[in-house]
Design a protein around this ligand. Structure first.
Ligand code: SAM
Length: 277
């Protein structure tokens, strides 16, 4: 059997009894045009390696294979494994399925460098993995790009600019050394079952890393600054040793609130704190 001969996804769901499990955040995509569009977001995948998290019955997996990728996929729901095995047979060595929890995998060791990550994940798992992929010490990281489905509101937080409602920790932690963009929004009706809100596909590529900044220091700084986002910096940062001195050295008014500082401002403060540590 080739990829083109695989049964339609709806038939696969019925055959293996893969009713969507709410506790696993399962909202499946069946529209092959939409799935092909998602698979085009990382750029041409012919001969590229892709790590897919949460393949479920394998709709996106099929699209990635159609695009010519070599795919490693990790799925937590064992019920999906027979459907994925069928795709692996048809893919003739281009699909390797791992059974388990993506949050527990030593990815760098399993996958090596230069892998494109593609995932349509439950909201909480997606955000936890994104933060993990963004806080890697070594930069550029082992992954070449991230293509991730999120609730649209989370996607907006990732790409937000200062002074906007969505600007916060996630924007700074993403943008200080990577470039995120929203590729396109996805209507809730595209999913089975439909989630409560609109989704969006986010694409992130690693960028230049600003010199002299420890990721952990920037994380602590943004946690303190946005932990009390309505407060002035002089209040929210007073428990962080050296932070108020850094603001003074950089001529940043401590009466400002976190959401008014640019990503470059946060990097500058974090650099002084890193030098001090
Ligand atoms: N990729 C498929 C699609 O687009 O139709 C399924 C998407 S569904 C939103 C999320 C998938 O992630 C489910 O198959 C679920 O079992 C799986 N999943 C949830 N948590 C996971 C985890 N921690 N590790 C691996 N897979 C997980």
């Amino acid at each position: 059997m080739t990829l083109d001969d695989l049964p339609p996804l709806r038939a696969v769901i019925a055959q293996y009894g893969l009713s969507a499990e709410k506790s696993l955040g399962q909202n499946f995509l069946f529209d092959s045009q939409l799935l092909d569009r998602i698979a085009r977001v990382p750029g041409p995948l012919e001969g590229e390696r892709v790590y897919e998290v949460g393949p479920g019955p394998g709709g996106l997996t099929r699209a990635l294979l159609r695009a010519g990728a070599q795919v490693t996929a990790v799925e937590r729901d064992r019920r999906c494994l027979p459907a994925l095995a069928e795709i692996a047979d048809a893919a003739e060595g281009r699909l390797n399925v791992l059974s388990g929890d993506a949050l527990a995998i030593d990815e760098a060791a399993q996958l090596g460098r230069g892998v494109h990550i593609v995932a349509n994940l439950p909201y909480n798992v997606g955000t936890a993995l994104l933060v993990r992929w963004l806080s890697i010490e070594d930069w550029p990281p082992w992954w070449a790009s991230l293509t991730l489905m999120f609730q649209k509101e989370v996607a907006e937080r990732i790409v937000a600019s200062p002074d906007s409602d969505h600007y916060g920790r996630l924007a700074v932690l993403t943008q200080w050394r990577a470039q995120p963009k929203i590729a396109f929004a996805v209507n809730r009706a595209a999913f089975v079952p439909p989630p409560k809100v609109t989704s969006a596909v986010v694409h992130i590529v690693p960028g230049e890393v600003p010199a002299g900044v420890r990721p952990k220091t920037l994380e602590r700084l943004t946690e303190a600054a946005f932990g009390q986002r309505r407060k002035m910096l002089r209040q929210s940062l007073k428990g962080l040793p050296g932070a108020l001195e850094a603001l003074a050295a950089l001529d940043i008014d401590p009466a400002r609130r976190a959401e008014t500082l640019s990503v470059a401002d946060f990097v500058a403060v974090a650099r002084l704190l890193t030098a001090r540590a």
